[in-house]
Design a protein around this ligand. Structure first.
Ligand code: PEP
Ligand code: MG
Length: 570
């Protein structure tokens, strides 16, 4: 039995499909005909070159000359003697296959640059290696095996998955997945939750002990995976599965009941979505709006950028289908653990602290403007709001708002309609922003607390790293104190305060959040009924008492004890 982190609820039983990492274990292979091997190598170089020229053209259109220069650098690397001549020489001299020779050369280059005590050169070594990988892929004639090759229902097991892998699952035959790495609030886990795919992450070495076709039980409620279970375990789990499904059915009945406390306080329960297709589930789970639309998923699993028109169509569809409710569209939050294929930027050493979200948009204003135009145009089709991610202080908010004003002016000049009063909000997910909420509210219409990142940044715990999951503690006193501060300060202004991080979806902390003053909770649609059930069973006064009691304690074990005493499972 493997214990990992319960990432997305549900129990599934089925055969395993092991999704391989993109590894390049290349055996030494002797060849007889070095001329044709060199020819094969040159052909692969040319193919890579064509591919890059094509990507460069796209970059030119989208990003302008300055940023397209990156591809010039890559093209130069392709022509450089280091990769080209050294590989040819090795094939000729040692009579080895092109892939083996190239791989050896790549490793040597990497080692050489690694030894230079200069970050710049280390990065150039990595660039050369990355270009080499592209050529290698052509030589090996392979792409990473993808999920769309699946023929029957499977549970995917992988060392790691990207959020884009997860999103690809929705159209494929994946009934659940398990990974070696990852944390509860990684986007892979969040995505699985939204798509209602049971998942367990952070299993450490499961991929080493499993093979295609093995039968497994995946328990996304407890974070357990059992490989090739015996009959009695299977029977137990089939029973558990039935109980789980029955409980889900029971919760469905809450759909048409209001989210009101016993003493009559109305709480707003709204949904987080990643793709417009989720709207059906949003409505069927009784959400009264969308508090977070993670638009970056529009940018994934594709080779180009979504055009303004394409974005407009998506935002319009969401806006229309959600009427009379409002939809908060979060502007692009790429970076961290979410990447797009269009930007083959050099990997960052600390991506969560790197060029992410609003920082990326401010660096590439054309991409940002395209999105803002699409949102503004769609704003006349329903009730849309705009929200910026990863704002760290007033300067970034002003820069983003300035760009928004430019886009609005442009639309006015062109006599294109948009909602003049569209509300603009800020995600509070960076501690520095949390500490200047009083200033941010003066230049924004609403706040939404992103606890997934706020916890990661405040406690210095990588949200996707399974080795530090035990330190990722939403009930840390520092978090609770800061949440209180954000909510209370926000409430003093005219701004609304919502929460859209995973904490909002956790029924174990619903009472505390209510006690701290939160009245708007945004979460994956399937979590709504569980939170609603709690809301309908308590009085605000008792939540306030609980929050006060908890804030007077000094460590999270004591906090958990108090919650357990109240019958809360934590
Ligand atoms: C958050 O950080 O809490 C959040 C809602 O945004 P994301 O999970 O997409 O980073
Ligand atoms: Mg975030």
């Amino acid at each position: 039995m493997y214990r990992g982190i319960a990432a997305s609820p549900g129990i599934v039983i089925g055969p395993v499909f092991v999704l391989e990492e993109e590894d390049f274990i290349i055996q030494k292979r002797k060849i007889d005909d070095e001329k044709s091997e060199i020819f094969r190598f040159r052909k692969a170089l040319n193919k890579t070159k064509q591919e890059m020229v094509h990507t460069k053209k796209k970059a030119l259109q989208r990003l302008g000359k300055k940023h397209a220069r990156l591809f010039d650098a890559y093209l130069l690397i392709l022509d450089d003697t280091m990769l080209r001549e050294d590989t040819v020489e090795m094939i000729a001299k040692e009579k080895v296959s092109a892939e083996y020779a190239l791989h050896q050369v790549m490793e040597n280059v990497l080692l050489f640059f690694e030894e230079i005590d200069d970050e710049y050169f280390k990065e150039r070594g990595q660039d050369i290696y990355n270009v080499g990988r592209k050529v290698l892929r052509h030589l090996l004639g392979r792409e990473r095996i993808t999920l769309n090759q699946l023929e029957s229902q499977v549970i995917v097991v992988a060392h790691n998955l990207t959020p884009s892998d997860t999103i690809a699952m929705r159209e494929e035959k994946v009934i659940g997945f398990a990974t070696d790495i990852g944390g509860k609030t990684s986007h892979v886990a969040i995505m699985a939750h939204s798509l209602e795919i049971p998942a367990v992450v952070g299993l450490r070495d499961i991929t080493r002990n499993i093979k295609d076709g093995d039968m497994i039980i995946l328990d996304g409620n407890q974070g357990i995976v059992i490989i090739n279970p015996d009959t009695s375990t299977l029977e137990n789990y089939y029973r558990e599965q039935q109980i789980f499904l029955a409980e889900e059915k029971d919760l469905e009945k809450l759909k048409d009941f209001p989210a009101v406390t016993l003493d009559g306080h109305k709480i707003n329960l709204i949904a987080n979505i990643e793709v417009p297709e989720e709207i059906k589930s949003v409505l069927s789970h009784g959400a009264s709006g969308i508090g977070l639309y993670r638009t970056e998923y529009l940018y994934m699993n594709r080779k180009d950028f979504p055009s303004e028109e394409e974005q407009y169509e998506s935002y319009k569809a969401v806006a229309k289908n959600m009427l009379p409710y409002s939809v908060t569209i979060r502007t692009l939050d790429l970076g961290g653990d979410k990447f797009s294929q269009q930007f083959k930027l050099a990997p960052e050493r600390n991506p969560f602290l790197g060029l992410r979200a609003i920082r990326f948009c401010l660096k590439y204003p054309d991409i940002f403007k395209t999105q803002l135009r699409a949102i503004l145009r769609a704003s006349v089709k329903g009730k849309l709001k705009i929200m910026y991610p990863m704002i760290s202080g007033i300067e970034e908010l002003r820069q983003a708002n300035k760009i928004l004003e430019e886009v609005k002016d442009d639309l006015r000049r062109k006599k294109i309609d948009f909602d003049n009063d569209i509300e603009v909000g800020v995600m509070i997910e960076v501690p520095s922003a949390a500490l200047v909420v009083d200033i941010l509210v003066q230049e924004s219409d609403f706040l939404s607390i992103g606890t997934n990142d706020l916890i990661q940044y405040l406690l210095a715990v990588d949200r996707v790293n399974e080795n530090v999951t035990h330190l990722y503690e939403p009930l840390h006193l520092s978090i609770l104190r800061l949440l209180k501060e954000i909510i209370q300060t926000g409430k003093k202004s005219r701004s609304g305060v919502a929460m859209c991080g995973e904490m909002a979806a956790d029924p174990a902390v619903t009472m505390i959040l209510l006690g701290l003053g939160l009245r708007e909770f945004s979460m994956s649609a399937i979590s709504i009924p569980k939170v609603k059930r709690i809301i309908r069973s308590i009085k605000i006064e008792e939540t306030k008492q609980l929050a006060d009691e908890i804030l007077s304690l000094s460590d999270n074990e004591e906090i958990k004890k108090v919650l357990r005493k109240r019958g809360i499972r934590i």
